[in-house]
Design a binder for this molecule. Structure first.
Ligand code: ZN
Length: 273
């Protein structure tokens, strides 16, 4: 089976609002990663690599996107324009104590009025820990709405990046047994903590890093350790590209049934597709 050709759902991609994309080009040049984050370029790639659906993920970052309401509206417009091709997780903002009632309200609006499909929490960009009690109201709302929640988890670099550590996400997984959580990026370089604690993980962004660090065989062992029942295909496009994901995944030893789960079945069951 060729990963470039089989049907896939990409559980984790980014399309930028046009003015934000142009800002990246202005400051980082035409060749920068985020120059590719436009809908036309991406839809061509979907056709080329047999991506049946992609899930638009916000980043809880008002500078990269907009405020939560506007970001959710931006994503809602895309899913209405391409109803068979895109789904979207809702954005929230950290706006002081307003997060306690503002975030649940925005989430309710995003799901019921705008037609979005899940909640994305990016602890680093919110500036709070993944297990911060201020997230309890919005998580209760997610449970009430019966939608999945994706946590960004790639503790790296300096500063407060450990706020998205898998250990902290795992606490919330235990506290909210009525929510389906996806830990993004397999917990990054803390993948062992994600393995021992978290439930679903997406393989976005981290896969080429694992290969660079450990080589193909060890990457295969790490993916095998999680197993086909927990892995969700995702790239974090435009951060990573389908060509490199396809060539890495083609070297893993998953059988046909396992590949179907990772590439499509697992996320399809979570999203009720
Ligand atoms: Zn991402």
């Amino acid at each position: 089976m060729d990963w470039n050709k089989i049907r896939k759902i990409d559980g984790h991609i980014h399309i930028l609002p046009e003015n934000k994309r142009l800002e990246f080009i202005k400051y980082q040049g035409e060749e920068c990663i985020w120059a590719k984050a436009d809908i036309e370029t991406y839809v061509d790639l979907m056709d080329k690599y047999n991506i049946k659906k992609a899930i638009l993920q916000p980043t809880n970052d008002m500078y990269m996107y907009y405020s939560a309401r506007e970001t959710n509206e931006f994503h809602s417009k895309i899913i209405k324009e391409y109803p068979d091709r895109f789904m979207a997780f809702a954005d929230i903002n950290m706006n002081g104590s307003y997060i306690l009632d503002g975030a649940p309200y925005e989430l309710d609006y995003a799901i019921k009025e705008l037609g979005l499909h899940g909640l994305k929490i990016h602890p680093n960009n919110l500036g709070i820990d993944a297990d911060d009690l201020r997230l309890v109201p919005v998580l209760r709302k997610a449970a009430e709405l019966d939608i999945p929640v994706m946590y960004h988890s790639n503790p790296c670099k300096t500063g407060f990046h450990d706020s998205c550590a898998p250990d902290k996400i795992n606490k919330m997984i235990k506290v909210f047994p009525d929510i389906t959580f996806i830990t993004a990026h397999m917990g990054g370089m803390k993948y062992l903590d994600a393995f021992s604690g978290c439930t679903w993980v997406d393989i976005s962004f981290i896969l080429p890093e694992l290969v660079m660090l450990y080589g193909i065989k060890q990457t295969n062992r790490i993916l095998r350790m999680f197993g086909a029942d927990r892995l969700i295909f995702g790239t974090d496009y435009p951060e990573c590209d389908y060509k490199s994901y396809g060539s890495i995944l083609n070297q893993m030893d998953f059988n046909e049934e396992e590949i179907e789960k990772i590439s499509y079945g697992n996320i399809a069951s979570i999203m009720n597709i």
